[in-house]
Design a protein around this ligand. Structure first.
Ligand code: NAG
Ligand code: NAG
Length: 450
């Protein structure tokens, strides 16, 4: 992080005040056009994205001293969580050069910048400069185009919804003065402990630097909330996964509440649909039915119990469009699982049982629980990430790594264990490109006849 200080010594110090907002780098949100559709047509709206606060330079409010360097907090500034929150400011982001994030029209490209202080990036869709856009997709659909051709084993270009507070927590968290403008308030169903701030307080208690990632560590608290993964993928494998939580909105967890088991708040495993894992090995990948060498459209429909937005969420359907051809999702061929091509509560329970996985999905609310999170409003997240803990093998390889690959559900893709360890960047750098995001009434976003 010293490079930042060198870069900005010429800047004038502004009057910066805690999880404060800094003013050394102007925060200019990259614009992104998003389309809203209804039966009578579509309209393009001007939105923008913001970078998650966890990726931002965090420095003293009065100067250039980093509050955390790599994964080591400066104890002279961050003596306790509140002092840290009031003494440290999040600064604006240089999206393109530092983080490899570029928008143009309706497209967003996320490059995997290896040399940046933080690898990869995570962005949120804003409604306006200080508020995330909230989505409720019950009885609606979402479509987007994606290019994963430059995403190898071990990386995940993800598009998903999580139940962040719309204002980033600024109105409810006394020490949070930065808010959605600076990408605060992240949470997901893994109840991440690597967040530097949760509920406006620095997560410095019991902070343990990661021995795998020099820019990451874990604190005492985790940030839990419901998550609907529309798309987690690279050029080898893909999955969509529902992760309900028993808590409404962001819940700061501690101890066993943060676990995935019966004492936990969230369903960390979720109920996933990965075509390869479900037996369709020729469906998704390079040169396969959905050919990841080229761009394609991903369409996801949220079906309710009675065909209205008031009904319970009962099914999440998936279609693809490539070269003008509409493809149904692949159908599960796992013995004991219905020949299904969508997420439903009955598919989820059959899949858990066939794979020998613990079912935390039903106990944490099932699909109806995701529907309730949508009613409260969910935020659109787009990210590119590596996975130093599991090397992304849960998505694209054999997982658990030492399980018998002949057991159903163990093999999720064709990546070997070693391929998921990201050591050096390829040239050109890996990237994912999302474009033409559109949402609205069922049947309204995609002109191809379903
Ligand atoms: C931003 O949008 C929210 C609702 O999404 C609204 O409450 C707020 O007043 C808006 N703020 C500005 C600055 O327009
Ligand atoms: C759909 O289901 C919801 C929840 O049960 C109910 O409130 C609503 O009245 C139902 N609508 C119709 C048209 O049946």
């Amino acid at each position: 992080m010293l490079s930042f200080a060198a870069l900005y010594t010429a800047s004038l110090l502004g009057a910066v005040c805690g999880q404060q907002a800094g003013t050394l780098v102007a925060e200019n949100h990259p614009p992104l056009a998003v389309t809203e559709c209804a039966a009578n047509g579509c309209i393009q709206t001007s939105k923008a994205i913001t970078l998650d606060s966890n990726w931002r330079w965090l420095h003293t409010t009065q100067g250039f001293t980093s509050c955390i360097s790599g994964n080591q907090w400066d104890a002279s500034i961050c003596s306790d969580p509140v002092a840290c929150s009031t003494s440290c400011a999040l600064d604006g982001a240089d999206y393109s050069s530092t983080y490899g994030i570029r928008t143009s029209g309706n497209s967003l490209t996320l490059k995997y910048v290896y040399s940046s202080p933080f690898r990869g990036s995570r962005t949120f869709l804003l409604d306006n400069d200080s508020t995330y856009k909230l989505f409720n997709l019950k009885n609606k659909e979402l479509a987007f185009d994606v290019d994963v051709s430059q995403l190898p084993c071990g990386l995940n270009g993800a598009l998903y919804f999580a139940e962040l507070p719309a204002d980033g927590g600024i109105s409810t968290q006394v020490h949070n003065k930065a808010g959605a403008k600076y990408g605060t308030g992240y949470c997901d169903s893994k109840c991440p402990h690597e967040l530097k701030f949760i509920a406006g307080e620095a997560n410095i208690l019991d902070w343990t630097p990661s021995n795998l990632d020099p820019n990451s560590g874990t604190g005492r608290y985790g940030a839990c909330c419901a998550e609907m993964d529309i798309w987690e993928a690279n050029s080898i494998s893909s999955a969509y996964t529902a992760h309900p939580c028993s808590a409404d909105g962001l819940h700061r967890c501690e101890g066993s509440e943060c676990d995935g088991g019966p004492t936990g708040v969230c369903d960390k495993d979720g109920c996933d649909f990965n075509p390869y894992r479900l037996g369709s090995k020729a469906f998704f990948g390079r040169g396969k039915t959905i050919d990841t060498n080229k761009k394609f459209t991903v369409l996801t429909q949220f079906i309710t119990s009675n065909g209205t937005a008031a009904g319970d969420l009962t099914e999440v359907r998936r279609f693809y469009v490539q070269n003008g051809v509409v493809r149904q999702n692949s159908v599960s061929s796992i013995p004991g699982v219905p020949a299904s091509n969508s997420l439903t509560d009955s598919f989820c329970s059959a899949q858990k049982s066939a794979f020998g996985d613990t079912d935390s999905f039903a106990p944490k609310g099932g699909l109806a629980g995701i529907g309730k999170a949508f009613e409260r409003g969910m935020v659109l997240v787009m990210s590119i990430e590596d996975d130093s803990d599991r090397n992304m093998l849960w998505l694209d390889g054999t997982y658990p790594p030492h399980a018998d690959p002949l057991n159903p559900g163990v093999v999720r893709g064709e990546c070997s264990a070693g391929e998921g360890i990201i050591v050096e960047p390829d040239d050109p750098a890996p990237q994912v490109k999302f474009s033409n995001i559109r949402y609205g009434d069922l049947g309204s976003t995609t002109s191809v006849n379903m």
